[in-house]
Design a protein around this ligand. Sequence first.
Ligand code: ADP
Length: 290
Amino acid sequence: MTVDAPIVELDVVDRTYGEDPPVHALREATLAIAPGEWLAVVGPSGSGKSTLLNILGLLDRPTAGRYRLAGADTGPLTDRERAGLRSRMIGFVFQSFHLMTHRPVIENVMLADIYRKGSRRDRHERARAALERVRLDNRAMYSPSRLSGGERQRVAIARAILGRPQLLLCDEPTGNLDSATGNAILELFGEMHRDGLTIVMITHDPAVAQWAQRQASIIDGQLELISRVPHSGRPSTADEFVDDMQSKICSRCGLEKPMSAFYRRARSGDGRQSYCIPCSAIYKAQRGHA
Ligand code: ADP
């Protein structure tokens, strides 16, 4: 069996801000994401999620370590080369949809392609196809102000996939949506993932992270892979953690998880409870330890 080369490779990546004293927003992050994987990175506010996403999206540079995207070392690239790589390879979906309310939906979708200097010839058809992909082709001429939150996020997703990116980076994509609408968006990510798109989704919400095929936690800038499950597109169940020999139930979220989803000596909770790593992160944040 041939194993696909990773599309994303972080090799002992640090990002510090300032000097006096430096803020270590990302510490020795090491990660490999294969083409077609869906990874959720879960952590509380201030843990380094945006820092990680900015580096993966070529919006920021590591202060140490190496980031390879599709096998290319991004370190030596100029800002212009990085922008070119970003526009060809990466799509972004944010918590706030960033749509222009005075332009119809289809123009919002096409605009990203104009900035990207994509081919003009079939831009309209591609935008139509992207809207069809998110099942909003019947809203092409609507103003975004007439759409629901979930529909607006679908427009943002259509805009993100118009250039056929290989990597979709999502920053709290369901953060402004109620849970039913958010789940519909996660179903859509599941479909795109099954079509072969590589997705990295950052979230503070363990329930959202459960939709991904793989999860990592980030706490105080430390990134740690916590699970790998064979299927995705809906919340994981105990049955899906087939590659872990042992599991236990998290006392906070109530889900059965592999032992690798827990700290070796669980410190969160009241001593008798055992929280999984995402729940520990939430617990710490709520207690103001983040
Ligand atoms: P998250 O997205 O998980 O909320 P961030 O990546 O935004 O976390 O921040 C991680 C840490 O880095 C925080 O302590 C934050 O205050 C700090 N930080 C982020 N951006 C900057 C910056 N531009 N200058 C200084 N510190 C920063």
